[in-house]
Design a protein around this ligand. Structure first.
Ligand code: ATP
Ligand code: MG
Ligand code: MN
Length: 519
């Protein structure tokens, strides 16, 4: 580590504590390194100069050396470093809101982090006792809000899915998520949730490389069926978990949380971007851009009003946002699928369907409904989905069409005609939906010859799908929900069932309930 390693920093930190000099810590630097990753880029520090014993520049440089960022204003920071002990005096330098909402710590936090080469818990370094209790329990992923309970007796995770049954095979340390039975909730779920907080932060801040590392690690831990609290050092031995995330796992079992995740959970900027990202047509990048351009409320984002590639405008999306944010319980997923299938049956009698997505994986609640349709007789296929949309419109069930595409005919695709409609429905009033809400529905119509691929491709989870694609390339195939292509001759193979695809790829069958490889 080119003349500037953690040991020398630790020595320096120790010296600094004795002499009050931070420069000692920074001195033996040669070539530039972006930082030691003791702190993290998700930590944005504002240093208040007043009363500081050390020169402010040196504290700032140390923060950067440790891998965090320096903010020019307290508003942009999520941690404020100060030697001031009187809240009133601090208010001369930062707003009351910042002093109450953000971590306000003394410089020892940085010095100790440098010395121990781990991010210390800011709660142990608070500059003064805050009068306000901080509880930021905003969900870090799309709609984790458990606001709808699964009705008892209905198939929830406890009755229908894997958590009640045994995994299809014993655990093995494998590289591909599609080979690992992964339950809905795992024995080390607390750690997985913490890593997901950091993964999500990386996604929103555009750190693709780090995001992938957290994704791989949390997915490996998701499949690990033994209690890591009994042996935390085991985490770093799993394929996909490096020593860095392994250390965080140990921290989790030692402290009950990962400190970086704790800072992120309380980070208003991240929470704001998450809120933007919940709007339709606002991806992680757009959410970040909007924030950086000064947007702070959903209305701000709407006003920016960049045109969207969908027919569901941002302002419409905002209007129905509370509906779209609320999760869909399994019985309602089934009711919506039933409603749509009845209409489809009238258009092409004898059609078949599978409710895919999280529902098929046993999730008690879904954020949308994914239904794949097919018909054994190919003559029916082409116009089926468009006729269905006409009928749904006529009945007033569809309120918005997000998009209608035929991805199978895209360049770089299989040339198999598959139609995909992404819509918003408002189910009629019924005993199951006495107060109907707008619900997102994905409807796929495919030829019978690729039905297995379509069902497999729309069941997820995302990480399962991702590794499935990588896995099958290795076996000489390209997988898409529009069909399986043999790479040697470009032939699209008949795959009417999922099982045939697993056999083709020499992949052991994975029941849908065990494909929950995401957090
Ligand atoms: P939930 O809907 O409850 O959030 P989910 O797992 O059903 O969870 P979806 O976003 O509905 O999440 O996606 C289900 C699966 O469908 C994904 O795993 C993905 O493989 C596939 N999928 C979703 N959108 C597309 C798309 N535009 N093109 C191809 N496949 C897609
Ligand atoms: Mg879904
Ligand atoms: Mn979907």
């Amino acid at each position: 580590m080119s003349g500037f390693d953690q040991k020398s920093i630790a020595r320096g930190a120790d010296a600094a504590r004795r002499t009050g000099e931070v420069r000692v810590i920074l001195s033996p630097e040669k070539g530039r390194r972006p930082g030691l990753r003791v702190l993290s880029q998700s930590t944005r520090v504002f240093v208040v100069e007043d009363k500081l014993v050390h020169p402010v520049r040196e504290i700032q440089e140390l923060v950067i050396k440790l891998g965090a960022q320096i903010s020019g204003t307290s508003e942009a920071a999520n941690v404020i470093v100060t030697s001031i002990r009187a809240p009133k005096r601090l208010l001369k330098h930062i707003s009351r809101e910042d002093s109450e909402d953000k971590y306000v710590v003394n410089p020892e936090w940085i010095l100790d982090s440098a010395e121990r080469a781990v991010m210390m818990d800011p709660d142990d370094y608070l500059a003064f006792k805050s009068s306000k209790e901080h509880v930021f329990h905003l969900p870090m992923k799309r709609g984790r809000t458990p606001d709808t309970e699964v009705e008892s007796g209905m198939p929830g995770p406890s009755t229908s899915s894997a958590s009640a049954t045994r995994p299809p095979r014993p655990w093995r340390d494998t590289r591909y998520a599609c080979e690992r039975p992964s339950p809905l909730q795992c024995i080390n779920q607390g750690l997985v949730d913490e890593l997901e907080v950091i993964r999500r932060e990386r996604e929103l801040t555009g750190d693709e490389f780090s995001k992938m590392a957290y994704m791989r690690a949390l997915s490996a831990i998701k499949a690990y069926p033994y209690d890591l609290s009994k042996n935390p050092s085991q985490a770093s031995k799993l394929t996909g978990v490096g020593s860095k995330i392994g250390k965080l796992a140990e921290q989790y079992y030692e402290k009950g949380c990962i400190i970086e995740a704790k800072i992120i959970r309380r980070d208003k900027a991240i929470q704001t971007m998450i809120a933007f990202n919940e709007l339709y047509g606002v991806g992680p990048t757009a959410a970040r851009d909007a924030y950086n351009e000064g947007c702070r409320t959903l209305e701000d984002v709407i006003k920016k009003g960049k045109s969207l590639g969908t027919h569901l405008t941002r302002s419409e999306s905002l209007r129905i946002l509370p509906d779209l944010q609320s999760k869909i319980p399994r019985p309602e997923v089934e009711a919506i699928a039933h409603l749509i299938s009845r209409m489809m049956e009238k258009i092409i009698p004898g059609c078949q369907h599978t409710i895919c997505g999280g529902y098929r994986r046993g999730k008690p609640e879904s954020s949308d409904v994914d239904i794949v349709y097919t018909h054994p007789d190919n003559r029916h296929n082409k116009a089926a989905l468009h006729r269905l949309l006409d009928d749904l419109r006529r009945e007033g069930i569809v309120t918005h069409i997000v998009s209608v595409t035929t991805p199978g005919l895209d360049e770089d695709s299989t040339n198999v005609h598959v139609d995909v409609a992404q819509i918003v429905v408002l189910p009629p009033i019924s005993p199951l939906t006495p107060n109907p809400r707008h619900r997102r529905v994905d409807i796929i119509f495919c030829p019978f010859s690729v039905y297995g691929a379509a069902v497999l491709g729309w069941t997820g989870s995302h990480i399962f799908e991702r590794d499935l694609r990588i896995f099958c390339r290795k076996e000489g195939y390209k997988f898409s929900f529009t069909g399986v292509t043999r790479l040697s001759d470009g032939k699209v193979l008949d795959t009417p069932t999922e099982r045939e695809i697993f056999e083709l790829f020499k992949l052991e069958w994975m029941p849908p309930e065990w494909r929950n490889c995401d957090a």
